[in-house]
Structures are given as C-alpha cells and as structure tokens.
Design a protein. Structure first.
Length: 360
C-alpha cells in the first residue's frame, strides 16, 4: 500500500505576483534552464508578457489580464472615474487582443468590466475604483488556487492507484495561480497515496511539457518521464498509460474542448486503447455561449516557433509552415470533465447546463 506523501509544494511557485511596483512573472520562456522574473509595470507590458508567453496557460492569463486592468487603473492620469472610463475601455481592449483561444482571458476582463460599470453607476471615486479593481484581481487569484485544489481532489479520486498517467502541454502551477488543473489532479492523486508515474508529452513546438511540466513535477518529486509527442501510441499499446489528464483553454456548450495542439491526437489514441481521457478545467474555462468546438477561435502563432529552436534554424528557408496553437477534442472522446463544481460526464450539453443552473 502506498503511503500518502507530504509533497514539498514547489507548485506554489510565484507564476504571477502583484507587487507595489507592478506584476511579477516567472519567465516561462526561459525555464527550466533559468529561473528569472519579468516585472510588468504597465498594462501594455502585461499584454506583451501574455503575447510572448512569458506567462501562459488559460487561468494564468485570465488573472494576469485582471491585474493588467488594475495596473492600468492605478497608473492613470485621469482625475475622475468618468474621465477614466474611455481609458478603461482601451486597456480592456488591448488585453483582450492578446490571445484569442483561452476564454478565461475574456471571462476575467468581462468580470472587471462588470465591476467597473457598477462602480461608475454608483458614482465611486477614482481611488475607490482603483482599490476595487485590484481587490477583484486578488479575489480571482485566490479563487483560481481554490478551484484547482477542489478539482484536484475530485480528479485525483478518478486516477488509478498506480501506473502511468499521460499529460500534454503544461496545465500545472505555471498555467494557473498555483497547484494546476491537470497537474493538480495528479498532485492530489499523489497526496491521496496513489503511485503515479507521469508521462509528459514534450509538446512541440513550444515544449511546455518537456520544459515546464517536467520542471514543476520534478520539483515536487513526482516521477516523470518526458516523451516525444509521437511516442504516446506505442506506450499506450505497451500498457504503460492507465489514464490521460489534460487541461483546456475553452470548453464549448456541447463539451468539445480546445487545448494545446496535439491534444486531439492523444484523445483519439486513448479511445483506441480503451484508456480514460480526462479534461480538468475551472468553470471559467466553460463557454456556454459557444455551442460547439467548431466555433472556438484557434490562435495561429508565429512561424518562428516551428522553424527555429533555441535560436537555431531547423527548416529550410521558404518552406511552408503552419502553427495553430490549439486543437479541439470532440466531446465523444472525453471520459469526464473535471471542474471545481464536480465531475461531468456525457451527455455534456445537459450536464453542463444542469451544473450551471445548480451553481449559478
Ligand atoms: O499556449 P499555452 O501554453 O498558453 O497553452 C496552454 C494549454 O494548452 C493548457 O493546457 C491550458 O491552457 C490549460 S492550463 C491550466
């Protein structure tokens, strides 16, 4: 019987932290070789940090954008709430224009917009607006960690007592405000005494699995093996993978889930091999206004992410390149969606609608 272990939670690494000078981000483009931090002192810099993926992962970019709004409000030269209103819209538009797929970004900005509208209607002073916007960003930060812990407990119970669990991309502490979604499920399973060995897809082209998932799981002492993306099928056939758990950037009303490019491949492979395929995501990733995965906007990233690695060119000059950052896994491949509100199973349209009604 495996003993429950008290992990040294490196997962509480400061993915993003509000400071009096601005928002501090661990630089995810430099991990794992260098642990360095970027300080964003303006909302434009927060937007830049999101675009360049210094910070990435759906929940983390949502909360980062909320802090970006708070930062923009703090440094305005406007003298009143009314005077600040057009600038507030500009700040929100800039942050919303950073990355199109993760709905958490728009969820967070909409929440800030709703608060601002209320404060404006109640004739709050600019100082009150500044304080309340920052307090709202702090609340989102805390709620995100709490959601990860709760979904972790729900999902941890679904994982096998022992064996290999495959994950794709990084849906860990680095993709959230702490603990992680898919990696939160794995962390929780390990805390419950399960003997999990993680197989981390390297996740071309940005290598979130090889660099980030491996780094944060090693810090926790969770056994981890990095595999190239094209190795999953053969490991599944060999019986080494007992379950798959991934995060999501947006889950449509019918349960179709957008996540890092390559997730769809893994889902098909899991189905073929009779392996459960779990998606773990906070409710802020659920987008009931988008009916199916076909309507989810997929970000196209710069070609250089594919043509080069570590500053070195990999491909011949002028060759055609495509770099969609995400794909959509149809809900028929998903065994369960794990959220902080509970575990949902097909039919997802009904399950999601029902859970929204109960909790909403
Ligand atoms: O392009 P990225 O690195 O932001 O993509 C991240 C993912 O695809 C994650 O799996 C997803 O955002 C869930 S993070 C908890």
């Amino acid at each position: 019987m495996w003993q429950a272990v008290n992990l040294h939670w490196k997962c509480m690494i400061p993915t993003l932290t509000w400071t009096p000078e601005g928002v501090s981000f661990i630089d995810q483009t430099r991990l794992p070789l260098e642990e360095s931090y970027v300080l964003a002192t303006t909302y434009e810099e927060v937007a830049e940090v999101i675009v360049t993926m210094v910070v990435r992962g759906a929940p983390a970019i949502g909360v980062s954008a909320a802090y970006g709004v708070a930062l923009g409000a703090k440094s305005t030269s406007a003298k009143s709430t009314q005077e600040f209103a057009p600038e507030f819209e500009k700040i929100c538009a800039r942050l919303a224009g950073t990355r199109p797929t993760a709905v958490n970004l728009f969820w967070a900005i909409d929440r800030m917009k709703g608060l601002f509208a209320n404060l404006r209607d109640s004739e709050a002073t600019l100082a009150q607006v500044q304080d309340r916007l920052l307090a709202e960003a702090h609340a989102m930060y805390e709620e995100d960690i709490a959601a990860c812990k709760t979904m972790g407990a729900f999902g941890g119970a679904l994982l096998p007592d022992e064996g290999g669990v495959l994950t794709h991309c990084n849906a860990g502490a680095l993709a959230t405000c702490g603990y992680g979604t898919a990696l939160g499920v794995i962390r929780s399973a390990v805390e419950q005494g399960k003997h999990i060995h993680v197989y981390a897809d390297e996740t071309r082209p940005f290598l979130q699995g090889a660099r980030l998932t491996a780094w944060e799981l090693m810090a926790d002492g969770i056994p981890t093996t990095v595999i190239c993306d094209n190795m999953a099928a053969s490991l599944m056939k060999a019986g080494k993978i007992k379950a798959v758990v991934v995060g999501a950037d947006r889950i449509a009303a019918n349960g179709d889930a957008a996540n890092k490019i390559g997730t769809y491949n893994v889902a098909i492979l899991a189905k073929e091999h009779g392996i459960p395929f779990y998606v773990a995501a906070p409710w802020s990733t659920i987008d009931l206004a988008t009916k199916t995965g076909d309507a989810i906007p997929i970000e196209e990233r710069p070609q250089v992410e594919v043509t080069h690695h570590g500053g070195k060119q990999l491909t011949p000059n002028g060759v055609g390149i495509c770099n969609p950052a995400f794909d959509v896994t149809p809900s028929k491949y998903i065994t369960a969606i794990i959220t902080e509100r509970g575990v949902l199973r097909a039919p997802y349209t009904e399950a999601l609608r029902q859970m929204e009604l109960v909790a909403g």
